[in-house]
Design a binder for this molecule. Structure first.
Ligand code: ADP
Ligand code: ASP
Ligand code: MG
Length: 815
């Protein structure tokens, strides 16, 4: 004997019923078959909806029922039944709906929907589907009978979730079998009856359980649950795209996964088949050749330590706390007794070893009743101030790792907490059974999708880490960055196991978003057509998306953009900034961002703030982290100024050379920042801070070489004034040349002081031979005393700067 259960989708339409039927007919080749069916997919929800709508006293339930009736009639029509059977089916459906209308009319009149009536309403779903399926089977396999589950499965009278009387059920099933030796039964799932013959149900999803009860009572060779996915999967496929079917799993593990939310199997299903060692298969009606999942006593050991991850939403934590609990026995007993009296199911328990608090998780709808019950139980202690009134904490969920092999593997919890922590998922409570089959964490419901994906990645896809980028400012550097990302996506995946996706690109005018990652070859057109978004909205978008491994990339020079870093870091979103404003504004902000980065485990990287892609800050960090102390720094840090002084020889006006630097993309968007020395001052300030100095911009001495008139007015006035002062620039150049020296704009730091200014450098000096737009930094430290540590190379230009941002992104992603 084999028991095959077909779920709602598998019988949702005539076409699907045909598929299920083919599967059952094939099974018949191996012996008798019991087919258990759910209602046509969505029917139970619709019936509940009709009942609840009726209870509100509106007539809208009639429309719901009419639609449902049409759907059933259509399915009957399309099943191509023989005419007599079609007549029977049509009459059954119409009779059922007359009854359903009558029931709902009654509910509407009373404005009350009892669980008993609801069970009655819902029962029509399975009654109709099973009779339709039976008629269809009958036309293909004459030896088919319809077996009424109300005469086979006996429960108590707890409507909505009947408790099965296993002994009585077994007897009913065996008696039925003795009287009906046919080799194909079709049975409605989900429904049963109490001792008075009143219809009850087994709880939502209960058809699986019906099938298991029948399999156990009949001593079946196997139970097959046919559904719309190819087995029990490593995580809910609706939440985790890369979830994959588990080929073989133990009863215990399957039970844990289903208890913790894997909807594919109704939790009570396992018990009856486990007791008798009946193998349980989960198979896909729409891909019957897929292996599916075999649930058995002891599956072969695989390398997988964690078998699956699942979640239960809608959880409320109840925290019982108070100094009056310490060391006094009986508190837990009273707590649980109070909950049990109200028939409240406790989903999770934790207690601190100080015995100062006990925390229980209950389903949210039970929380209010639980609070009243517990506060009543401890009224005396609460009045005496020995216990606090119960504190419910809402909008929570459980995410659980399941796997029997976890007990032999240290470090699983560490990996779990690490992965969640790095993504800003706060853990409210933890429970681990001593059997270590399950580690449960309670987190915010809003974090579930992210948490499950992060954990799935950590435990099942160790080789691939998804990284989600939010890019602000697709200008010069930004577009180069996007080009480089597009070119390197495959490389990152293959070599570093990073799946880098750009989720959003925002300019000051438009914001383009795609949760699945933007197409990086066609973004400019799409961005131009995208709507506008404020910076605040963009921040909310990043935080609201709550995607794992999120990185905000600021490729603007916009002071306002720097204002959002703190909010992002506090949500564990990493920040990669090409924008220097934050790191060079007041020290308090810089320090705050650094601290947030540490506190929330989110990178804050800004290597390109100094010297484009040159590893200047990285080198400095390596030195200080390894205990070295920076004593002196001397540097040429402006690609623009270097370009200008290397190219200016008096044959062409100074202003023209500056214009060329701007045209070639070396300058800041506002070239006055470079020429005035402010940009260099910001850079040495950042280096001094990274070297450990508490310093403000005002502490830096800026010796400008520009005549004051150049700094009045706008950018065009700036160029005009430079042209007017050509003699001044020529004078500077000629004086230096006459002394055999070269002009360099130099930044210096020593002993807590920093200054920037134009300097005539003699041959032989480290700064003398600096070509084009190169930057150089000389570090004198406790280790580098006689000869400085030198970092030198191209320090400006969109392409190199973008590559520096890219490197920071990879650094943040690999943290
Ligand atoms: P049926 O109507 O066939 O009983 P259900 O909708 O009750 O089907 O259960 C199957 C669904 O369970 C799948 O479509 C899937 O979306 C969901 N599901 C949730 N968690 C898991 C999991 N871990 N493995 C497989 N499916 C899961
Ligand atoms: N039809 C019922 C439900 O939707 C039972 C089932 O499908 O298993 O809950
Ligand atoms: Mg189901």
């Amino acid at each position: 004997m084999q028991v095959l259960k077909f779920g709602g989708t598998s019988v949702a339409s005539a076409e699907n019923i045909g598929k299920s039927c083919a599967i059952a007919l094939k099974a018949l080749e191996q012996g008798p078959v019991v087919v258990v069916v759910s209602a046509l997919g969505g029917t139970t929800d619709a019936l509940i909806n009709a009942g609840r709508t009726a209870a509100k006293g509106t007539g809208a339930y009639q429309g719901i029922l009419q639609q449902l009736e049409q759907r059933h009639l259509k399915a009957a029509q399309e099943l191509q039944l023989p005419p007599a059977s079609l007549g029977t089916a049509t009459a059954l459906i119409m009779d059922a709906f007359v009854e359903l209308h009558r029931l709902c009319d009654g509910v509407a009149a009373l404005r009350e929907l009892s669980n008993r009536t609801l069970d009655r309403l819902m029962s029509y779903g399975e009654l109709l589907s099973s009779q339709l399926v039976e008629l269809h089977f009958h036309s293909l396999w004459p030896d088919t009978i319809w077996a009424d589950a109300r005469q086979l499965i006996r429960t108590n009278s707890r409507f909505g979730n009947g408790e099965v009387d296993v002994v009585a059920t077994q007897k009913l099933v065996r008696d039925f079998q003795a009287q009906h030796p046919g080799d194909l039964w079709v049975v409605p799932g989900f429904i049963a009856a109490d001792a008075h013959g009143t219809v009850t149900t087994l709880g939502r999803g209960g058809s699986d359980y019906t099938a298991a009860l029948l399999a156990a009572a009949l001593g079946a060779d196997k139970l097959e649950i046919w559904t719309d996915v190819s087995g029990m999967m490593t995580a809910d496929p609706r939440l985790v795209r890369s979830a994959r079917p588990i080929a073989r799993i133990s009863y215990q593990e399957a039970m844990e996964l289903s208890h913790f939310g894997a909807k594919v199997l109704y939790p009570p299903t396992i018990q009856p088949v486990m007791q008798r060692g009946i193998p349980l298969w989960i198979k896909n009606t729409f891909a019957p050749d897929d292996h599916g999942t075999l649930v058995e006593v002891s599956p072969p050991r695989t390398a997988a330590v964690v078998q699956g991850i699942s979640s239960i939403g809608n959880l409320t934590l109840l925290n019982l706390e108070g100094s009056g609990m310490v060391g006094i026995p009986g508190f837990s007993k009273r707590l649980f007794a109070a909950l049990a009296r109200e028939r409240i199911n406790v989903v999770l328990i934790t207690q601190s070893s100080s015995e100062h608090s006990i925390c229980v998780g209950v389903n949210a709808p039970d929380a209010a009743l639980a609070q009243v019950a517990v506060d009543e139980e401890f009224a005396h202690e609460i009045a005496a101030g020995r216990i606090e009134p119960l504190r419910p904490e809402q909008d929570l969920a459980i995410v659980a790792l399941v796997g029997e092999n976890m007990k032999d593997h240290p470090g699983i919890s560490g990996k779990l907490f690490g992965a969640l922590g790095q993504n800003g998922v706060n853990i409210r409570a933890i429970a681990q059974g001593a059997s270590e089959k399950n580690i449960s964490t309670v987190i915010r419901a809003a974090d579930v999708r992210k948490a499950i994906n992060v954990l799935h990645e950590a435990f099942f896809e160790a080789t691939v880490k998804q990284v989600n980028l939010f890019i602000l400012g697709p200008g010069n550097v930004g577009s180069k960055l996007l080009e480089q990302l597009a070119r390197q996506q495959q490389h990152l995946l293959e070599k570093l196991g990073l799946q880098v996706r750009v989720v959003a690109i925002a300019s000051s005018q438009h914001c383009l978003v795609n949760d699945e990652g933007l197409d990086l070859t066609a973004w400019p057109e799409a961005l131009a057509a995208a709507p506008a978004q404020t910076l605040a909205e963009f921040t909310q978008l990043i935080i609201g998306r709550n995607l794992r491994n999120s990185i905000f990339v600021d490729v603007t020079a916009n002071p306002a953009a720097a204002g959002i870093y703190a909010d992002l870091l506090a949500k564990s979103v990493a920040v990669v900034a090409c924008n220097k404003v934050a790191a060079s504004s007041e020290y308090a902000l810089y320090a705050r961002l650094k601290n947030l980065s540490k506190e929330f485990n989110a990178s804050y990287l800004f290597e390109t703030n100094v010297g484009a892609a040159l590893p200047i800050i990285g080198t400095l960090n390596d030195l200080t982290r390894s205990g070295d102390v920076v004593r002196r720094m001397e540097a040429v840090l402006s690609g623009t100024l270097n370009f200008v002084f290397n190219n200016y020889d008096g044959t062409r006006p100074f202003a023209d050379v500056v214009r060329q630097a701007q045209a070639e993309g070396y300058t800041e968007p506002d070239p006055r920042l470079d020429l005035s020395g402010s940009d260099v001052a910001r850079k040495i300030l950042i280096l001094a801070r990274e070297a450990g100095e508490v310093m403000e911009m005002a502490d830096i001495e800026i010796e400008t070489f520009l005549p004051p008139a150049c700094l009045e007015g706008d950018v065009e006035a700036f160029y005009t004034q430079m042209a007017a002062h050509e003699a001044h620039f020529r004078g500077l150049y000629e004086a230096a040349t006459a002394a055999g020296k070269r002009l360099k704009f130099v930044a210096r730091y020593a002993e807590g002081c920093a200054a920037v200014g134009l300097q005539a450098v003699a041959p032989g000096h480290d700064l003398y031979d600096l070509r084009g737009k190169d930057n150089v930094v000389l570090f004198n430290t406790d280790r580098y005393v006689d000869q400085p540590l030198v970092v030198k190379g191209a320090g400006a230009g969109a392409e190199v700067t973008a590559s520096g941002v890219f490197a920071d992104i990879v650094r943040a992603a690999r943290l």
